[in-house]
Write a protein that binds this ligand. Structure first.
Ligand code: 5GP
Ligand code: ZN
Length: 137
């Protein structure tokens, strides 16, 4: 429990939320500013800032809950698909620094664009592969 963390306060009931699921390790509630109806956040009850600091077992519990909830939310709001996302650090759009997975229902006509990709320059993809795999050595 981090005293100044919004999602810790939601988990312990200090800040109200619309809870849709809870188990021993995780808590899921509706995002107050949804991308689409049914947009849900899944958080570990333990405070961890992001993907770099979360222990494996805690992360697994979060993903287990995401897997349970995604098809139920899809069914409940009659979505056509689901995005799962985790933002890590400000550059990636993280606003609340308590790890959370977004479950975002998607609709064929919802107007949200897919990621905009860009092509690599010639030879660049091989270089990127090399510099990433170096990190494992
Ligand atoms: P992030 O950008 O950190 O990945 O996502 C934070 C999410 O938390 C945002 O989608 C935002 O709408 C949601 N959020 C922020 N404050 C509250 C709150 O007080 N209650 C709920 N239910 N969601 C919140
Ligand atoms: Zn927290």
């Amino acid at each position: 429990m981090e005293t100044d963390c919004l999602f810790c306060k939601i988990v312990n009931g200090e800040v109200p939320s619309l809870k849709i699921y809870e188990d021993e390790f995780t808590f899921a509630f509706l995002d107050i500013h949804p991308i689409n109806r049914g947009h849900t956040l899944v958080v570990p009850k333990e405070h961890h800032q992001n993907i770099y600091t979360v222990p494996q077992s805690v992360f697994q519990h979060v993903m287990d809950t995401v897997r349970i909830l995604a098809p139920k939310i899809k069914q409940a709001v009659a979505a056509d698909g689901i995005n799962i996302g985790i933002n890590n650090e400000t550059a990636a759009g993280q606003l609340v620094f308590h790890l959370h997975a977004h479950i975002i229902p998607r609709f064929n006509d919802d107007g949200h664009a897919h990621w905009h990709g860009n092509p690599y320059q010639t030879g660049e993809i091989e270089t990127i592969k090399d510099i990433i795999t170096q990190e494992f050595k």
